[in-house]
Design a protein around this ligand. Sequence first.
Ligand SMILES: *[C@@H]1O[C@H](CO)[C@@H](O)[C@H](O)[C@H]1NC(C)=O
Ligand SMILES: *[C@@H]1O[C@H](CO)[C@@H](O)[C@H](O)[C@H]1NC(C)=O
Length: 428
Amino acid sequence: MRAFVKNGDVSDSRHLVKFCCFVAPNLATVLERSPDFPASMKRSLRPLFSLLVLAVIVTILSCRTAVRRSFGAFQLENGVSMKLALPVFNSTLLKNAAIDMGEAHVKQEVEQLLEGNFGSAARGRSISSWQRSHQFDIRSRPSSSRIPAQLRSPRYYRLWSEFRKVLRDWFRNKRYQPEIMSELIKQVKRPVDRHYGLADSDRPYASCAVVGNSGILLKAEYGEFIDSHEFVIRLNNARIEGFQRNVGSKTSISFVNSNILHLCARRNGCFCHPYGEKVPVIMYICQPVHFLDYTLCNSSHKAPLLVTDLRFDVLCARIVKYYSMKSFLDETGKSPEEWAPAHDGSLFHYSSGMQAVMLALGICDKVSMFGFGKSVQAKHHYHTNQKAELHLHDYEAEYAFYNDLIERPRVIPFLSDKFKVPPVAIYY
Ligand SMILES: *[C@@H]1O[C@H](CO)[C@@H](O)[C@H](O)[C@H]1NC(C)=O
Ligand SMILES: *[C@@H]1O[C@H](CO)[C@@H](O)[C@H](O)[C@H]1NC(C)=O
């Protein structure tokens, strides 16, 4: 099992150990060392003594169970439980990885949006592009107009209240709750299956391919192999035309970040479907204001347009930050405080590929990864001429995470011990 460390869990379980190891045995010792008791008194005390011993045993047993639950036992396939040396998580690292540096900023942004305050220039721009692309003719209105001034339009009013509702519902889930991994079937697989006319089932897909966008895809012809998976996830609308021999042609779901949808939302009918408009899209939200794009596009989208649960985002963020900090500290010998300036602190984010892999872990029995990793000979992306990686991601840290997924998933922090990581393979 994996260690499962919630906020404060480490110290809580330490208290528990203290209680079990010191209080309970002391009681037993006191009872044993009572030579002065007359024999008759000993006899008359015997039932009481037995009761006390029983109580002690029960206490010890229940403490053991509790300690085992927080520290770890390993459940073998055949149900035999045995203790294994568990990975030791560095609590400084766990604590620092759990800090969300952008939290205050996002909270403020959400609050402002809910109040109808689209203050900054950037937001103003996205509102006006939103209006332009959706036939709200801004030329006939004062150029400074913003949404709240136009609430008299019934269509605007409906979108506006929907926007506020989805934003509020989304933000309400902002917390660390690793059990979210077990909800992905319900949240993602079921709506996708319904859309494809498949029977409603809680069974994961037999096999999934997650297709990253690295140029290494051009070095092998995995197209047919990729298409042979039951479920194929592609990232950020990467083009497949002309690359089918390398990347395949089947797409079950398109996983994107909300910047992609934001760009598409400027086009008529949110048109942005390189895999066909029947392919469901799932995205994580980069900026809360992108719910405007979501609200608008969702109403005209022919396939499900899903937004990742914030609990899922929080989990992914913590895992990647943990790996990033760990390698930073190991390599530089610096302090955790120095990690943020080196990694764009509040802008730091996991990549779409990482979250797509996490999604696959939750909905598949077997996961194959393609197009992850880089090589000096290969292009950065198979389909673009982008030269370098974005600084706000730490791909090295993500590769270390994938490596653990494949070789020793137990050492991955923040996952719930109830969650069983399916077999993962990576193809170069
Ligand atoms: C945890 O990591 C920090 C930062 O690298 C280090 O200073 C500390 O000694 C580590 N603690 C343990 C118990 O290994
Ligand atoms: C998005 O659209 C679908 C289909 O029209 C609808 O069922 C769903 O409730 C919408 N989602 C939100 C959050 O409004």
